[in-house]
Design a protein around this ligand. Structure first.
Ligand code: NDP
Length: 450
């Protein structure tokens, strides 16, 4: 077998590894294996690339890898679960930027002469530079918003939609002006609210995949083409699924400036009496310990408090007393897709106890206590009842249909959408104020004392 054949074979193995990795990543139980297969595929691809006959700059490549690989590995290990979306935004932006830079280099290097390229290669170079630049600039703004370096509120200006649409049209006309692509990346993400950032990152991720695929065409590299396409397709699907979970079209996410401070009707008056009831940990412990069915509803606050292990401990205690405990998982609870599944898997919560929204919603009417831990928007009945609410139409977990609702949070502050929640004023609801981890620990102690 010639060297070229061996390299082509290695790339084929890489492609198969990437497809398998995606397949295994689709379930929390097999996801670690999927990650390992993906990493192995990447290693094979790197080895095959290093074996290319025409590669010369080993030293500079190795120096860059030696400096940045440990930084990447450290960042991935050290990043807090709640900061994961920022991390993904940053890594994605770097990927898009890299694709754009490769396109720039190719523009100077490809035959027949530097800067004079054939149409097919030229189109690929343009696409990869253009999409890569949008993805780079947009991802950095998304990172800035999530890290709160740039305001998370939608930044709007008069005629913003028109400007963005005009910019998009201008892109098609002046495709060669890469600076325009960078500007578009910034202006495109700036008006979008912080709560929508995960959707935007997922879309930009798809862009980066397409930019990488376009680079693959330039370099005649099948692995880049296939893996870029895989990223493009999975990013697009994820974007659509997230939009669907929030009952919002992608156009609404991109151009709707969701999360602007809107003056509108607040609360579904029928279910509230305007009073907030606060309970002690001892009272809540009694409610839980003597319940038949408890549904735990985790949200972003659980991730902030890192209370997943304590919650598992509390559930174990309740189960020992014969209480049936399950977890209701909203598809956009937390700040990234699968956030709650990952957290609870970390605490070894048995996977069958996690119930998807559609499966658990019919069960709330037969539930004694819905224990809402650091969740807010995903249990806001205004999404169901209040046509004036910015989140009207988003499917929610119907915790207000349980016999009793207990909400663990620190204050009456709103969640990421920045809106009030009438659930907290519902006569069925009691609030246990405090950090979720501290409150759950108090509950554990109180249940043990019963
Ligand atoms: P929310 O952001 O609505 O609410 C979280 C609540 O947790 C806050 O009200 C906060 O109240 C409380 N909290 C924060 N820290 C703590 C703590 N240490 N202890 C106890 N409570 C705490 O979270 P949800 O999970 O309900 O909703 C997710 C939001 O993110 C939705 O708006 C969703 O659309 C959006 N989103 C999610 C995506 C995803 O992929 N998951 C994608 C796009 C958007 P307090 O400050 O009073 O403690």
């Amino acid at each position: 077998m010639s060297r070229a054949d061996a390299i082509a074979l290695a790339y084929l193995v890489t492609i198969i590894a990437f497809v398998l990795a995606l397949r295994f990543l689709s379930s929390p139980t097999t996801a670690p294996l999927g990650n390992r297969i993906g990493a192995l595929g990447m290693l094979i691809a790197l080895a095959a690339t290093f074996a290319q006959a025409h590669l010369h700059n080993y030293l500079s490549i190795l120096i860059v890898m030696a400096v940045f690989a440990p930084i990447g590995a450290y960042a991935a290990r050290a990043v807090k679960m709640t900061a994961m979306p920022q991390m993904v935004a940053l890594f994605n932006g770097v990927g898009g930027g890299a694709a754009a830079l490769v396109a720039l280099a190719d523009f100077h290097n490809v035959a027949p002469a530097p800067g004079r390229v054939h149409a097919d290669v030229g189109i690929s170079i343009m696409l990869s530079a253009l999409i890569g630049s949008v993805s780079f600039a947009g991802s950095l703004v998304a990172f800035g918003k999530l890290q709160e370096l740039v305001s998370g509120r939608p930044i709007v200006y008069p005629g913003q939609k028109v400007v963005n649409l005009a910019l998009m049209a201008a892109q098609a006309l002046v495709i060669a002006l890469i600076c325009g692509a960078l500007l578009f990346g910034v202006l495109f993400v700036l008006p979008i609210g912080g709560a929508d950032m995960p959707v935007v990152i997922s879309l930009l991720n798809a862009f980066t995949g397409l930019a990488a695929a376009a680079t693959g065409f330039v370099l005649h590299n099948n692995v880049l083409i296939v893996s870029g396409m895989l990223v493009g397709a999975s990013g697009t699907l994820l974007t659509i699924l997230m939009g669907r979970a929030m009952n919002r079209s992608i156009a609404n996410v991109l151009f709707g400036a969701f999360g602007q401070i809107v003056a509108g009707p607040v609360g579904a008056a029928a279910d509230t009496d305007g009073a907030v009831r606060s309970a002690s940990a001892e009272d809540v412990a009694v409610m839980l310990a003597y319940a038949k069915r408890v549904v735990v509803v985790p949200g972003y606050g659980l991730a902030v408090a890192q209370a997943q292990h304590d919650v598992r401990q509390l559930a174990d205690l309740l189960e020992e007393r014969g209480v049936d405990v399950t977890y209701a998982i909203h598809p956009v609870a937390g700040r990234m897709p699968g956030h709650m599944n990952v957290l609870l898997a970390e605490a070894n919560v048995p996977y069958p106890q996690l119930k998807e929204m559609d499966d658990v919603n019919p069960e709330f009417s037969r539930t004694d206590v819905a224990l809402v831990i650091g969740a807010n928007d995903v249990v806001n009945p205004d999404a169901r009842n209040n046509t004036g609410s910015p989140i009207y139409g988003m499917p929610i977990l119907n915790v207000d249909q349980a016999q009793q609702v207990v909400v663990l949070k620190r204050s009456m502050n709103p969640g990421f959408a920045g809106i009030d929640n009438p659930l907290f004023l519902n006569p069925k609801t009691v609030m246990l104020f405090g950090d979720a981890k501290v409150s759950v620990d108090k509950l554990i102690a109180s249940v043990k004392n019963l």
